[in-house]
Structures are given as structure tokens and as C-alpha cells.
Design a protein around this ligand. Structure first.
Ligand code: ZN
Length: 198
């Protein structure tokens, strides 16, 4: 027997499908949303729709941005010959927060995972290789230190090395299995400074 109305059930179902939201949180959120004034709900739905309609991938690095080029790629003061490869836009944001990295980025939007059936063709690797047709001095691989992150790092290294581009990997100061976005800035900087050629 359904305890709630069909509309509430539907809302709970949609919320529970979001990452990191369990069924209890989904219920709590659903009842909270329903208790809000109509204007607040409209503001929330509009901001979701507007983000969805206006956010796109940067033409150069594929991070999520509002413009054709993200602020990092559009900045001429950045070193465009140094490319840091990260798994997602959140990892890029984590490195940007340190304020110390002067190069640009490349966002893969995922990592190779044979277990989950995610292959090299499912992440933005082809786009990275295209960028390497230009003048690039170094590719810093800053994928996570999870199994998927390491697999991806090795794959990219093998792919790029023959092109004569220097390939480095951030140091192991990053805890194994650690998500880059949760690691503090000091650790991130240490990992970057201690990067080694692979
Ligand atoms: Zn960009």
C-alpha cells in the first residue's frame, strides 16, 4: 500500500535517483520542497533549467562553463603549453582553489573502468590527443589515485609518450582512493610539486 500520494512518490523517486541521496534523504527533501512557498520552488526549478540550458563544455578543455571558452582557457596569462588532465570539473575547481597552478586543464569526464564498462572511447581522450597537435611542453596527469584513476593515467601515458611530450603524474601525497575534491589545498600543491615523470 502506498503511504503517500502518487505525486509525492514520484518526487521522492526522482530525488532518490540523484547521486548521494538515499531514500530517507529523498523523503526529507521531498517534504521540505512541498512545504516551501511557491516562489522558492520556482526559483529552484528555474535555476536548474537555466543551468541545463546554458552550461556547456569549454571548446578547449571541456570543463563545464557558460561561455565558449572557460575563464582558464580564455586567460592569456596562463601557460597554455602545460595541460593538467583531471577526471571532472570538480577536480579542476579543487586545483583552481589553490591559486598556484599556472597551466591549463583537460577534463576527461570520467576514468577508464573495465569493471563498469567505461573504455577509452567513453572519456574525452581523443580531444586531448587533438590538443597535443599544438605546442605542448608537459601533460600532468592528475586523475584520482583510485584503481580507475591509475588505469587511466597509465593508458594516457602510453598514448602520449610516443609523441615526445613530457608526461608527469602527481605525487602519491594524495591518499589512495581519495577523491581529489575532498583533499586539502596543501596536499594538492604538494602532490603537484612532487610530480614525477612516467
Ligand atoms: Zn577551458
Amino acid at each position: 500500500m502506498d503511504l503517500y500520494s502518487g505525486h509525492i512518490n514520484k518526487l521522492i523517486e526522482e530525488l532518490a535517483a540523484l547521486p548521494g541521496i538515499g531514500s530517507k534523504s529523498a523523503q526529507r527533501l521531498a517534504f521540505h520542497l512541498i512545504s516551501l512557498p511557491k516562489e522558492k520552488v520556482e526559483r529552484l526549478t528555474n535555476s536548474i533549467l537555466e543551468a541545463k540550458a546554458n552550461v556547456r563544455y569549454c571548446r578547449e578543455c571541456y570543463t563545464l562553463t557558460d561561455r565558449e571558452l572557460c575563464p582558464v582557457c580564455a586567460n592569456e596569462k596562463r601557460n597554455h603549453r602545460m595541460i593538467m588532465v583531471v577526471e571532472n570539473t570538480r577536480d579542476l575547481a579543487a586545483y583552481e582553489k589553490t591559486g598556484k597552478y599556472e597551466g591549463v586543464y583537460h577534463v576527461l569526464h570520467g576514468a577508464i573502468s573495465p569493471m563498469l564498462g567505461i573504455g577509452p572511447g567513453d572519456i574525452r581522450l581523443k580531444e586531448l590527443l587533438e590538443r597535443l597537435q599544438g605546442e605542448v611542453d608537459e601533460v600532468i596527469i592528475a586523475t584520482n589515485s583510485s584503481l580507475e584513476g591509475e588505469t587511466t593515467a597509465m593508458y594516457i601515458s602510453k598514448l602520449i609518450k610516443p609523441l615526445g611530450v613530457r608526461v608527469t603524474r602527481i605525487a602519491s601525497g594524495v591518499p589512495v582512493g581519495g577523491d581529489l575534491e575532498y583533499i586539502d589545498e596543501v596536499t594538492l600543491l604538494r602532490a603537484l610539486e612532487g610530480r614525477v615523470e612516467i
